[in-house]
Design a protein around this ligand. Structure first.
Ligand code: APR
Ligand code: PHB
Length: 397
């Protein structure tokens, strides 16, 4: 059996685990990351793609932003489309800031490379991860790697293992409160070999349901359609997908999406989920392990990064002064942002998706879209949330 000693044991090599590990390294704190998937899987898994300006700034400060700066697409606005008409929300004018479109898997590649180049320990393809001892000062992580059992002895465990991980379910029953909301729809997403038909993202409200036009590069489009949460992909041959996208995203005149080979297809459910608190003893939950947002606000990755920024600071305060004050405040500091982002993601979702049922709600939605796109105050509220609430210390108080 191999036994490894480190300061912070991190479960999960997603954005939360990798950003945390690198931030700790920059502060001189040792960590080890355990990941149950292969490196290739983590680097190729298609996920979100919108980075808030604060996330971009942090990645640059950490020294992992070089390729993102070169290849990321800077967007100064988004379009809301309804009634067949486009309405631009101008982030630059409303907030002075922008977002960057750069795939989560590209961020992951950059982080893994930076971690390995600086001697970081990431163990991929581990199995049977279990954690214990986090109610004492000697937490342990047990795992199997290449058929051999192993243990990590650490001062703290960071549960960065996403929504289906093992860390959150290891907390004793009753210690966490769960807030959960499921939506009666999902997203059918495709990645297509076709140039984006618009320079910016288009969020479309349509009688047939929501659709989103996004992108990954000047050659690759990312598109989504509102569908049933358990939609059967067999019912969606490529031609049907394109036809439905063209209908829902139509914008008057002769604007059309560019069609191309579909490289990837998938269905994702939509959920709002939070556990409180985000800490139990010496176990700290971060990112999707603690909360899930529906993707309409493009916030999942950004929220994961915001959590670990707070956690890295608190751990740094502990290792430099011995004080646990900031660690004790971790959950409260994160949850304030988490709930604001939950509110925004829920609001974007309910404004843009088709809800079966009361025609009153449909009219109300159109009034909401009309208001958001015609009042400067309302557009500014959307814009400041979309580009990202400040990652500054006001949220830590
Ligand atoms: N043992 C080890 N690793 C695990 C385990 C386990 N038992 N369970 C899950 N993992 C790994 C997953 O394979 C994944 O690589 O933990 C990682 C969690 O990463 P994410 O799911 O990306 O979560 P997080 O880092 O919090 O980032 C949140 O990711 O899914 C998107 O939309 C989400 O953008 C958001 C972001
Ligand atoms: C994406 O590009 O994958 C994307 C963009 C915006 C969203 C969600 C996903 O709100």
């Amino acid at each position: 059996m191999s036994t490894l000693r480190t300061e912070v044991g991190i479960v999960g090599a997603g954005p939360a685990g990798l950003v945390l590990s690198h931030l700790l390294y920059l502060e001189g704190i040792d960590s080890a990351v355990l990941e149950n998937r292969s490196r290739q899987y983590c680097e190729e898994r298609i996920r979100a793609g919108v980075l808030e300006s604060g996330t971009v700034d942090l990645l640059v400060q950490m020294g992992v932003g070089e390729r993102m700066k070169r290849e990321g697409l800077i967007h100064y606005g988004i379009e809301l489309r309804f009634g067949g008409q486009g309405h631009r929300i101008d982030f630059k004018d409303l907030t002075g800031r922008a977002i960057t479109v750069y795939g989560q898997h590209e961020v992951i590649k950059d982080l893994i490379q930076a971690r390995l180049a600086t001697g970081g320990r990431i163990l991929f393809e581990v199995e049977d991860v279990r954690i214990d001892g986090f109610e004492s000062a000697h937490p342990k992580i047990h795992y199997t790697h290449a058929g051999q059992p192993g243990e990590i002895h650490c001062d703290f465990i960071a549960g960065c293992d996403g929504s289906h991980g093992v860390c959150r379910p290891s907390v004793p029953p009753g210690a966490l409160t769960v807030y959960d909301r499921q939506y009666p729809f999902g997203w059918l997403g495709i990645l297509a070999e076709a140039p984006p038909a618009s320079e910016e993202l288009i969020y479309a409200h349509h009688d047939r349901g929501f659709a989103l036009h996004s992108m990954r590069s000047p050659q690759i489009t990312r598109l989504y359609l509102q569908c049933a949460p358990d939609e059967n992909l067999d019912q969606w041959p490529d031609d049907r997908i394109w036809e439905e996208l063209q209908t829902r995203l139509s914008g008057g005149n002769d604007w059309r999406l560019h069609e191309g080979r579909i490289l990837q297809k998938g269905v994702t459910g939509m959920r709002s989920y939070v556990v409180e608190p985000m800490q139990h003893g010496r176990l700290f939950l971060a990112g999707d392990a603690a909360h899930i947002v529906p993707p309409t606000g493009a916030k999942g990755l950004n929220l994961a990064v915001a959590d670990v920024r707070v956690l890295a600071r608190a751990l740094n305060a502990f290792y430099s002064t011995g004080s646990t004050t900031e660690l004790d405040r971790y959950s409260k500091a994160c949850l304030r942002r988490v709930w604001r982002v939950q509110r925004f993601s829920w609001w974007m979702t309910s404004m843009l998706h088709k809800h079966e049922g009361n025609p009153f709600d449909e009219r109300r939605q159109l009034a909401e879209l009309d208001y958001v796109t015609s009042s400067r105050a309302a557009s500014q509220s959307l814009a400041e949330n979309y580009v990202g609430l400040p990652m500054d210390d006001t949220l830590l108080r």
